[in-house]
Design a protein around this ligand. Structure first.
Ligand SMILES: C[S@@+](CC[C@H](N)C(=O)[O-])C[C@H]1O[C@@H](n2cnc3c(N)ncnc32)[C@H](O)[C@@H]1O
Length: 281
C-alpha cells in the first residue's frame, strides 16, 4: 500500500492539467485555472456520463464521486500530442509570421504511447475509478458506435473546433438528457441581443493556434438551437457590470509613453469570460 508521500511523488513526476484531489491530502499540481463548481452541473447520480475532452479526468472523477453510472472519458489530442515539440514549432512559426501546419499534430508530434494520459491513469488507479478511457477524435469518430449518454460534458472544447456547428450537431446526437457546454465567450456591451461570434486566427487568442470561434451568449444559444437542441439555459453568463478593473503595470507604463490608447470602458467594452450552458435535446 503506497503512502500519501509516495503517491504525491508519483503525481509530481507528471505534467498535469487538472488539480485533482486524490485523498489523504494528495493533490495533483494542474496548470488549469480553477475548476467549475459542482453547481454548474446537473444531477448525475445514476446517469450515464460522457466527458468529451476529459484530459486528466477531473470532471469524470467528479461525476463518479457524485454517483454517476456508466462513464466514458474521451480524448485524444492532449493525450497524444507532444506539447513541448509542438510549442517550439509554434513559436518558430509565430516568429516567422507564418501559420503552423496543424496536421503535424497527428504525424510528427503524435506519440502513440499517449504520455499525456498518464495523469488520467494515475488518478484512476489511486481513486479506484471505473471510468473507461476512450482515445478518439470526437469531431470524426463514429457517433453511432459511441451511442448516447444521459449527460454529456463538452467543457473547454468548442472554441478549439474549426467546425463548431457540426461538432454541436454531433454533441446533440450523443446527448440523451442534457449537454453541459463550457466555452470561452465574449460579452460585447450594447450588442447583447445580436447573435455573434468572434473569429480568431493565427494564434490571436491566448497565443494558441488551435483557438477559433468565441461566441457571445446569444450566439452560443443560437448555435446550440441550430444544432438541434430544443432549449438552452445559461448557467454561467457574462460578468455583471462593475467598476473598471485596475490596469496592469505594463499597460499603465505603455500609456505613459503614449503607446497604448485609453479604452473607453463604458462605451466600448468587450469582455471575454467562460460561459456554461445546459443544452437539452
Ligand atoms: C482546454 S482542454 C479542457 C479539458 C477539460 N475538459 C476541462 O474543461 O478542464 C481541451 C480538451 O479537449 C480535448 N480535445 C480537443 N479537441 C478534441 C476532439 N476533437 N476530440 C476529443 N477531445 C478533444 C483536448 O485534448 C483537451 O483535453
Amino acid at each position: 500500500m503506497a503512502t500519501p508521500t509516495e503517491i504525491q511523488a508519483r503525481a509530481d513526476a507528471i505534467q498535469w492539467f487538472h488539480s485533482i484531489p486524490l485523498g489523504d491530502g494528495v493533490v495533483t499540481k494542474g496548470l488549469a485555472e480553477k475548476a467549475l463548481p459542482e453547481s454548474c452541473f446537473p444531477d448525475v447520480s445514476g446517469k450515464s456520463v460522457l466527458d468529451i475532452g476529459a484530459w486528466d479526468g477531473y470532471y469524470s472523477f467528479m461525476a463518479e464521486r457524485l454517483g454517476a453510472g456508466r462513464q466514458v472519458a474521451l480524448d485524444h489530442y492532449a493525450w497524444g500530442v507532444d506539447f513541448v515539440a509542438r510549442g517550439a514549432y509554434w513559436n518558430k512559426c509565430a516568429a516567422e509570421g507564418v501559420l503552423p501546419d496543424q496536421s503535424l499534430d497527428l504525424t510528427d508530434f503524435w506519440q502513440p504511447d499517449l504520455p499525456g494520459r498518464r495523469g488520467f491513469e494515475l488518478a484512476s488507479e489511486v481513486l479506484g475509478s471505473a471510468v473507461t478511457p476512450l482515445v478518439t477524435d470526437f469531431a470524426t469518430t463514429d457517433i453511432e458506435a459511441l451511442g448516447t449518454f444521459d449527460v454529456v460534458f463538452y467543457l473547454g472544447v468548442l472554441y478549439h473546433m474549426k467546425e463548431p456547428l457540426t461538432c454541436l450537431e454531433r454533441l446533440r446526437a450523443v446527448t440523451g438528457e442534457v449537454a453541459v457546454i463550457e466555452t470561452e465567450a465574449v460579452h460585447l456591451q450594447h450588442l447583447e441581443h445580436e447573435s455573434l461570434a468572434q473569429f480568431y486566427a493565427g494564434g490571436d487568442l491566448n497565443a494558441d493556434f488551435g483557438n477559433w470561434y468565441v461566441p457571445n451568449e446569444t450566439g452560443l444559444h443560437a448555435m446550440c438551437r441550430a444544432a438541434g437542441f430544443t432549449s438552452v439555459k445559461t448557467v454561467l453568463g457574462p460578468p455583471l457590470p462593475g467598476p473598471m478593473q485596475p490596469e496592469s503595470l505594463p499597460t499603465r507604463l505603455g500609456r505613459k509613453i503614449g503607446k497604448i490608447p485609453r479604452r473607453d470602458h463604458l462605451s466600448a467594452p468587450s469582455v471575454r469570460y467562460r460561459a456554461v450552458v445546459h443544452a437539452f435535446p
